[in-house]
Design a protein around this ligand. Structure first.
Ligand SMILES: *Cc1c(COP(=O)(O)O)cnc(C)c1O
Length: 393
């Protein structure tokens, strides 16, 4: 089976893990710090503006707490968001309010965000769909003008930039994921950025039982006895990263340019070899100055054609999927919004496999299957549907 997403791990990661094992320090330690420093440098921010966590979802939950969001607050997020983001909002008692997205890019524009603002809106939580920065500069400007917090879910956008500014650093808080399906992985892991380093000083305590100091021994003076005693400042949990996963992360971050190069090659092949196929739309080119991470490659077709093409790919051993089904249609979030852009996209979009482990033969098979399936399925959909439905679609 050709996977839609897949990590690439090798001997360098194994050697880094072996070195951690030999050190006898597998918990949070020097490699976590090294990974945070390397990631801060990659983003172009200060080392005190990032902290690791055991997942991106945990980073989003923590971001909600550090932002002080809760009951009575509305948080606007695109309908095409990851479930973990909406859960973080709702779990803290705030209300997720979904805004529409552009049907072609699946990212919200600043006016989509603006249209969803309510008198109770305190924050905006945006996703960079497929790694495309989207309208982030204008959304950041809107948030500044309205006094709203901006949180970025940059899980897809590990290397995305507008001009030289990294996605995830346009607002007050940003989160990244290094889970098994991302471009750079730590097996499981997340990163939280805060514009204000003071927030992260609180965040680090929150991620470790609310302890006011992390290791009594580290802080003990020679004259201190009883360094084993501690002071608890909040009823917090344990959601820190460890040195084993951080060591993998350091290697993956070093290899990121190589991963991006291979992803770009595959995207260029899709772009050229699928261009002009009747009934198929390719992802729009990002505007000048925008750099994407090429996390997903999405194509669009008529509604029923999409499902048939996905099945044809599956029959030939290719797993294609759609990310992320709009959350305003998921009953638990209690939304009654009508969001035509998100709904249009949700019924027509398919994400083709895109990862640095795809070889040229894999890409050949995917391209060839799409090139035969789309025209065939489009023709049979046209033959069976009433003419008006086809015209209107
Ligand atoms: C993967 C992903 C997450 C969650 O990351 P975890 O590290 O698995 O918690 C959040 N948002 C988006 C957009 C993602 O793709």
């Amino acid at each position: 089976m050709i996977n839609a997403f897949q990590p690439m791990l090798g001997d360098d990661e194994l050697a880094a893990v072996a070195e951690v094992f030999r050190s006898n320090w597998i918990g949070k330690g020097p490699r976590v710090r090294a990974f945070e420093d390397a990631f801060a440098a990659h983003l172009g921010v200060g080392p005190d503006q990032v902290m690791t966590l055991n997942s991106c979802t945990e980073a989003t939950f923590l971001a909600m707490e550090l932002a002080g969001l809760g009951a009575g607050d509305d948080v606007v997020l695109p309908a095409v968001s990851f479930v973990g983001a909406a859960n973080a909002v709702a779990a803290h008692g705030a209300r997720p309010v979904f805004c529409d997205v552009d049907p072609r890019t699946l990212n919200p524009s600043a006016s989509d965000v603006e249209a969803a603002l309510t008198p109770a809106t305190r924050a905006v939580l945006v996703l960079h769909y497929a790694g495309y920065p989207g309208d982030i500069a204008a959304i950041a400007e809107l948030c500044r003008a309205r006094g709203l917090l901006l949180i970025e879910d940059a899980a897809c956008a590990v290397a995305s930039r507008v001009a030289e500014r990294a996605c995830g650093t346009f607002g007050d808080l940003g989160v990244w994921s290094f889970d098994h399906g991302k471009i750079a992985v730590t097996v499981d892991g997340g990163m939280l950025y805060a514009r204000d380093p003071e927030l992260l000083r609180r965040g680090r305590k929150r991620a470790y039982f609310g302890l006011e100091q992390f290791s009594g021994f580290d802080h003990a003076k020679v004259t201190d006895t009883r360094w084993w005693e501690f002071e608890v400042g909040s009823f917090s949990r344990r959601s820190i990263m460890n040195d084993v996963t951080a060591a993998i992360g350091c290697v993956q971050l070093r290899r990121l340019p190589e991963f991006l190069r291979r992803r770009r090659e595959i995207v260029e092949r899709y772009d050229t070899e699928l261009a002009g196929l009747p009934g198929l739309l390719l992802p729009p080119a990002p505007p000048p100055g925008h750099r994407t991470s090429h996390y997903m490659y999405w194509v669009q077709m008529e509604e029923h054609v999409r499902d048939e093409v996905a099945r044809d790919l599956y029959r030939r051993g290719v797993y294609a999927t759609f990310r992320y089904p709009p959350l305003h249609r998921v009953p638990i979030y209690g939304s009654d919004a009508r969001l035509p852009g998100a709904e249009h996209a949700a019924d027509r979009t398919l994400c083709l496999p895109l990862h640095q482990g795809l070889d040229d033969t894999d890409v050949d098979l995917i391209v060839e299957t799409v090139r035969t399936s789309v025209p065939r399925r489009s023709a049979s959909a046209a033959a069976s549907a009433p003419a008006s439905a086809v015209r209107g679609a």
